[in-house]
Design a protein around this ligand. Structure first.
Ligand code: NAP
Length: 318
């Protein structure tokens, strides 16, 4: 009896981990770099949040492969400087710049601006990459700020994917749609509750969309980066978990390389050892429900929680 139970658990363990590791190994070591311009017979790509970090690295990678690129990002000093640099770096590539705020709830204004910038071209590679993290207790932060974060991370990807997927289907074009998600979505993330939830949304959405768009040959790729050194951390506020992650971070170019290797080969790309270890530990070894209970009990002893929690004077009971 005991040996039957052990055998069952052994096979459950094997089935949970081995096929996953085979996919990870395939994505990381068996997919050579592809030229996406050739693969999709494409002329134009669009990258959101393409003015810095991972987005800028994707822009450089695609431009290096001969693709023309539309870049949509906040119209600020970072974007201004990036525009000047990128046109000098790639004098033979065409760029179109759309300065816009992707946190707009309906997406109407930035979609109109993007439609205007792309009305005469076919965008066949869409990289939904813009995003950021807001740290602090969910109820302690202004709702407006949380919603702006939600719309940037989630709504902008939904709006742009709908627009460009529809156009590709209408014209019968091959293409690629990517989402920069995060391994933060593997676990509950108290004190940045919204961020991890937006990333789980992207992953689930992308996985469903990948199946819907497989037949018309539009590939969907969702990436879970291991920590990447970018402005993400400087804009994140002080949180020791993030400071530690930054210390072991890789350059943004590894994500651009991953996109070129994994496009059309896998749907979910767990990039780097930290993401893979987190996925195994947090979703396969440790049960999610159990992990949630441990976090609920243990958070009050966590330094970040103690430092960030807003102390509210208790009202006297009548
Ligand atoms: N870095 C990591 O370790 C890591 C790990 C997992 C996932 N990610 C994800 O990777 C993506 C890119 O982040 P990153 O690390 O490259 O950080 P980053 O350097 O801060 O880049 C974020 C980009 O998004 C743009 N952006 C932010 N808010 C925007 C808005 N409201 N409207 C338009 N553009 C906006 C930024 O423009 P400005 O520069 O002008 O603000 C910038 O171009 C994000 O989705 C992030 O969640 C990052």
């Amino acid at each position: 009896m005991l040996s039957t139970i052990s055998t069952i658990f052994f096979w459950i363990g094997v089935l949970a981990v081995v096929p996953y590791l085979i996919l990870v190994f395939y994505g990381a070591y068996c997919c050579p770099e592809q030229n996406l311009k050739k693969k999709y017979n494409a002329q134009w790509a669009l990258v959101t949040g393409g003015s810095s970090g991972i987005g800028a690295a994707i822009v450089r990678k695609l431009a290096g492969q001969g693709l023309n690129v539309v870049i949509a990002a906040l119209d600020d000093a970072t974007f201004k400087q990036f525009k000047e640099t990128i046109v000098k770096e790639f004098p033979n590539v065409q760029f179109r710049f759309v300065g816009c705020d992707l946190s707009e709830p309906t997406g109407e204004t930035y979609l109109n601006a993007i439609k205007e910038a792309t009305h005469d071209i076919d965008v066949q590679i869409l990289c939904n990459n813009a995003g950021y993290i807001t740290t602090g207790g969910y109820a302690d932060l202004p709702m407006k700020r949380e919603l702006a974060n939600f719309h940037t991370n989630v709504t902008s990807g939904l709006v742009l994917t709908h627009h460009f997927a529809d156009l590709m289907l209408e014209k019968g074009l091959k293409g690629l749609i990517t989402f920069t998600s995060s391994s933060a979505g593997f676990i509950p993330n108290p004190m940045s509750a919204l961020y991890s939830s937006t990333k789980v949304f992207l992953t689930t959405f992308a996985a469903s969309l990948a199946a819907e768009l497989a037949e018309p040959k539009i590939d969907v790729l969702v990436i879970h980066p291991s920590p990447i050194n970018s402005n993400f951390y400087s804009n994140a506020g002080k949180m020791s978990a993030l400071t530690s992650a930054q210390k072991i971070s890789s350059p943004p170019s590894v994500i651009a390389d991953t996109i070129c290797r994994n496009a059309g080969k896998v749907v979910v790309s767990d990039q780097g050892p930290i993401t893979v270890i987190m996925k195994i530990m947090m979703t396969k070894v440790m049960d999610w429900n159990v992990f949630t209970e441990i976090m609920k009990l243990g958070l009050r002893f966590n330094g970040d929680y103690k430092a960030m929690k807003v102390q509210r004077p208790l009202k006297k009971e009548n």
